[in-house]
Write a protein that binds this ligand. Sequence first.
Ligand code: F6P
Length: 498
Amino acid sequence: MTANNWAAIENILLKQLEALFDEDAQRVDGMTISQSGLRFDFSKTHLDAGLIAAFSELAATMDLDGARDRLFSGAVVNLTEGRAATHIAERGSGSVDDVAQAKALQNRMRGLIDVIEAGAFGEIKHILHIGIGGSALGPKLLIDALGRDGLRFDTKVVSNVDATALAEAVKDMDPKATLVAVASKTFTTTETLMNAESALEWLRDGGVEDPYGQVIALTAAPDKAMEWGVDQSRILPFAESVGGRYSLWCSIGFPVAAALGWSAFEELLEGAAEMDRHFRTATLAQNAPILAAFADLFYAQVRKCQTRAVFAYDERLRLLPDYLQQLEMESNGKSVTADGQPLGRESAPVTWGGVGTDAQHAVFQLLHQGTHTIPVEFIASKTPGHDFDPAHHETLLINCFAQGAALMRGRDSADKARSYVGNRPSTTILMDDVTPSTVGALIAFYEHRTFANAVLLGINPFDQFGVELGKEIARGISENGPAGFDPSTSALIAAAGL
Ligand code: F6P
């Protein structure tokens, strides 16, 4: 059945993007969705009524409606690990029980923040958040995006096991005034535990008599955190069913809630909840995450584009591509379907990107004239993040829109070196402003788009077994040294003197 769906999609003739506008004078309106302070413009993609209808057939075959209902009802959607995916419950969108549990744990987080603010940990000025992957990327993005007008606590996020990052983060911190938040869903991650040990040492060296007293744990494995030495009263647990890369909404978001304030955290959750409602209720053709997934699949599966690029035309969102890399690639970079069969199609493309306008002067040459077609996503805000001359922001937006127009239009020239093939797709997301609420909605949009992509391909987006083998081999090297590996690896281990 899916083979027929894909054949129907593949048989639709590729049109010139500009011709799509000629065919339909209402195209901009028809292909633009405004939701939660975000304007999604899909009109410069190749999606048209024919493609949307064909993808809607695929959605029916793959039971996207049913999958979405199962997600929101708290059913087991992560089949390989036998659990639900309850990140949506964190923003009040899941089953009654899941929402109640999430709320109770969020209230516990709020309580701890109140206690910190009341001085129970002494005078805390800094938060050192230690985590990696999903336990770091969300907080890092949000603090960077939303904390520019000031933070209640000077907050740094450290992830890399290369302690250069830790050294840099603590450089200007006063150990006696620092709260260390160790964030790890499993509380077993080597990098995080090693950084946490070194942070304890730094506290001790800085004259803190009871370093564990200044440490809190954000985890779905409270027992492990206790074993490691954190007192139960300072552990902020979250549900096992919240996936690591979907966890910024629960206690992993502690530094966000503490540094930006509880009301900002609530606005973030509410922005995401609005996007949840949109994803659940809007028709396919008016559903931003679903249309985005249709476009993603069209380019990855039919046009065989191996990458997609995301450019934030706003300095505040410069970490968005990093965040999306984990969300999209760890979720959908799989070779088998949810029931273990070979996928038989392309998995998720490589997500990459950068910041506009910087990227224009570095990588856009290839986007315009390289031989690869790379679907591009532009994210911009109508409102600037600064008080300098408004000309800065106008120039930023003008450049953003000009790039999308140029990619689509192309240019014929007798001098082939100056020709642009054009017909290159882009999506533009124009935000009213970069606020907790719009950023919450934006991230939820990406989560649902990733989910829709997975459902339409038959992938389980909630596991990540592909990260295990490397970890296992690293353990083997630490335990056994160079013996027992392939000659190249053994030689490298020996050459480094490990
Ligand atoms: O190795 C990948 C991964 O498991 C991610 O999925 C996760 O976000 C990250 O490591 C950190 O895991 P934890 O939160 O358990 O430390």
